[in-house]
Structure formats: C-alpha cells, structure tokens
Design a protein around this ligand. Structure first.
Ligand SMILES: *Cc1c(COP(=O)(O)O)cnc(C)c1O
Length: 422
C-alpha cells in the first residue's frame, strides 16, 4: 500500500515505536517546532476562492480527488492537523490503511454502527459486551428497527449460524469484543470472519468489527486475522494516563471513508487538544503496555499462590489443554494486563479488599499508567441481569484489576496487605 509518509530506511520498514515521535508531521509547518503544535482553530483560510471550491467538491463527494491533488483543510469538524497526524500514526500499529478518531470509544462504536446498519438489519455480537455498547445495541438500536443476536465464547460456528436462523432480517455486521470484559474469555476472530465472509457480497460487505480495547494493538492485531474494522476506546491503553476520553476506528479506506463522513454529520470528531494528547500517549504505548504486561504476570503469579483468591481470569494462565489455548496461540501476541479473580467471602470480602487498597486506586476504566481495581458485579456490569452475570461468570466476589506501570513489588505489597484484611 502506498504510504503518504516515509516509514523506512534503506528499504527496511521501521517499527511503529520508532515512528510515533515524528510520522505524519513536518517541523517546517510550524516554525521548526519539533513537536506538532495544538492547532486550536475551528476553521482554515483558503488561499483563493477557487481552492475553497475545489476542497468542497472533494469533501462533499461531488468528484474524487484528482491525481496529485492535495486535499486541504476546511473546518475542524471535518478534520484538523492534530487529528490527521494521530490518525496516520494509529494506522501503523494495526497495519491499517486508514483511521479515524472520535470524541470517545462510544462515539466510535455508535458512528460505525450507524454508518452500516439500517432498519430491518441484524447485528451479530459476542457476549458480554462493554456496558455502554450493550445498552446501545440491545436497548437503543431496536427502537430504530435494528435487531441483534448475541453469542458466547463457547458457541461454535454451527450454534451461531443456527441462532441467526431464528431472527428475521439480513446479517449486516458482526461486532465482537475479545478478550471479553471482565472474564478474559476469547472469541475466535477467524471464525467470525468466516461467518461475515459467507454473508458478504462484493457490493455489500458484512464487516467484522473487533473492539480491541483490552489487548490493544501491542498484543492483538485483529486485521491480521480477518477483521475488517478495529475499534478502540482510546481512553484506555492508547491514551493510557486517565486524562482523556477518545475513540478510534481503523480499517480499509473503503470502509473508513463512509464512517468518517458520518462522523462529520454526527459531529462525533475529537478536538485538537485531545488529538495532541493522544499523540503524546502513542509515543510510549509499546513501553507502557510491555511493562504493564510484565507487572500483570508478577501479580497473577502472586494471586495464584494466595489462599483467599480463587478463579483467576488471566490470559497468561491458559494451559495447552484448555479449550481457549488454540485461539490464544493464533490471535494473541501476549496476555495483556487485565486480571479478574474471586476474593473469598463474596461481595463483603471483595469490598473489604477494595477498601483496603492503598496504592491501587478504586476506580473503573483501565489501561492507564496507574493500577485500578473495581467490582464488576456492582460497578461496570451492574446493569446486567443476575442470570446474565451468572452465565458470564461475574460472581459476587469477583474483582477486576487493570495493572499499571508501578514497581511490581509495590503492587504485590498492596494486594497482600489488602487480602490480609479479608
Ligand atoms: C471503555 C470502553 C468502551 C467505551 O469507551 P469510552 O471511551 O469510555 O467511550 C468501549 N469498549 C470497551 C471494551 C471499553 O473498555
């Protein structure tokens, strides 16, 4: 694929972590500033009226870009240099052709779904979904005549095909989250790509959309396994410092183009300041996620030897004889840094543990430099029915930890003293 920017030296491709500091930006645009400034502007000046006319012709789809024509900036709801740079940089991690960034992960998901789903269409999705996504798919979209069918990690292709026969309407999109939150259950991306492929035609593709927030592009690259679109809550690992809300969607230009157009009309774009913060964050994405994963391995090992801890859900503990081992080997590049486990004593035990933590913060969200702990049953997943919680393994004693970049000995010290009080 033709790259807009140089990403190699002597024909050798450079790694994304080497390109995050400069790719997509030229210091001569801004008085030689090494770092891109924040282009805090709502609108852009045209050199001539003819130029303004040409930009609008392309932006509104009246004609395609002419060879060599440089599409200019018009207005920051359409685009902005800080967003263009961060979008170019994001494509490198997932090997995507195109990317578009949003005000939040939910804005990315909602805009993508509204681009490709219409009344009467069917959306197939994995369960459990992130709470906000679940509400959108199962409570809001049905009011617009969009139906959904859910499946669990243990369901086979045959089970899923059979359940699709029970719903009236054409399958138009598959949306999966793998690993699932909070239990780390894995969904087979390649199997879902086969289901999407079987329902697709050349003119009418059924996109497989993967919410890759949990492992991030460092530990899972869904496009390599047949996914068509990858979505992130950039609030989590991509942003990584608990100081911004943003989202992203990546894939081929053919599929991203209409999503970007929908972003313009829904107004779900992100502002230049957040785009700039994301650029800052992407410089350390690999460094942070590697350290977080190393720390998580140490924490999980400690938890496994503790008498007050049971049922640890951690991808690093999948063994060769487990059902999920084959999927893990095929599609994950590492176990990531999300761990959930049961504390003895049910909800009171879990609450005593959470209340006693001193270094690890009691907060929802994940993927940040600081470690965060929460209680899925009464917090992130409190909206689920008791039956749904049971089927997903969300028990009263379950806590979830997003492991940060602190010294691992200090994390273990904190967890040990908090468990002592249970
Ligand atoms: C947080 C999260 C979202 C929503 O992202 P926001 O940035 O909070 O809108 C979507 N999917 C997953 C898996 C998440 O963890």
């Amino acid at each position: 694929m033709a790259k807009k920017w140089d990403d190699s030296i002597s024909d050798e491709h450079l790694h994304p972590e080497s390109l995050m500091m400069g790719y997509g930006y030229k210091p001569e645009w801004s008085e030689g500033a090494l770092k891109s400034p924040i282009f805090q502007t709502s609108t852009f000046v045209f050199e001539t009226a003819e130029e303004g006319k040409a930009f609008f012709e392309v932006a509104t789809g009246q004609r395609p870009e002419r060879p060599g024509e440089k599409m200019g900036l018009i207005y920051s709801r359409l685009n902005n240099p800080d967003l263009e740079i961060v979008e170019d940089r994001l494509t490198l991690w997932d090997g995507a052709e195109s990317a578009t960034v949003f005000k939040s992960g939910m804005a990315a998901i909602a805009t993508t779904l509204l681009t490709y789903l219409r009344p009467g269409d069917v959306l197939l999705h994995s369960c459990p979904l992130y709470g906000g996504t679940d509400h959108l798919v199962n409570d809001i979209l049905p009011e617009f005549g969009i139906k959904s069918v859910g499946f669990l990690a243990e369901h086979t292709r045959e089970d899923i095909t059979a359940s699709l026969l029970n719903v009236d309407g054409p399958l138009k999109m598959i949306l999966i989250e793998t690993p699932a939150n909070p239990t780390n259950a894995l969904i087979d991306i390649a199997m879902c790509a086969e289901i999407a492929g079987a329902a697709s035609t050349e003119d009418d593709p059924v996109p497989l959309v993967v919410d890759n927030t949990f492992l991030g592009p460092i530990f899972q690259r869904p496009l390599d396994h047949g996914a068509d679109l990858v979505i992130y809550s950039a609030t989590k690992y991509l942003g990584g410092h608990s100081d911004l809300i943003a989202g992203a969607c990546l894939g081929s230009e053919r599929l991203i183009g209409p999503i970007r157009a929908m972003r313009t009309y829904l107004g779900t774009h992100v502002g230049p300041w957040t785009g700039w913060l994301l650029m800052r964050s992407l410089e350390t994405l690999q460094l942070r996620m590697m350290r977080q994963a190393e720390n998580a391995a140490r924490v999980a090992e400690f938890l496994a030897g503790h008498s007050k801890v049971a049922n640890i859900h951690y991808l690093g503990f999948i063994r060769a004889e487990d059902d999920q081992h084959d999927i893990f080997k095929r599609q994950c590049l590492g176990p990531g840094a999300m761990i959930s486990f049961e504390v003895a004593g049910g909800e009171p035990g879990a609450f005593r543990f959470l209340n006693a933590l001193k270094l690890i913060h009691l907060a929802v969200s994940l993927g940040s430099t600081e470690s965060l702990a929460e209680h899925p049953g009464t917090m992130t997943h409190s909206g689920l029915s008791e039956a749904a919680k049971r089927s997903y393994g969300i028990t009263a004693g379950l806590v979830r930890i997003s492991v940060g970049v602190e010294h691992p000995d200090d994390l273990i010290l904190d967890i040990r003293q908090a468990l002592d009080g249970v």
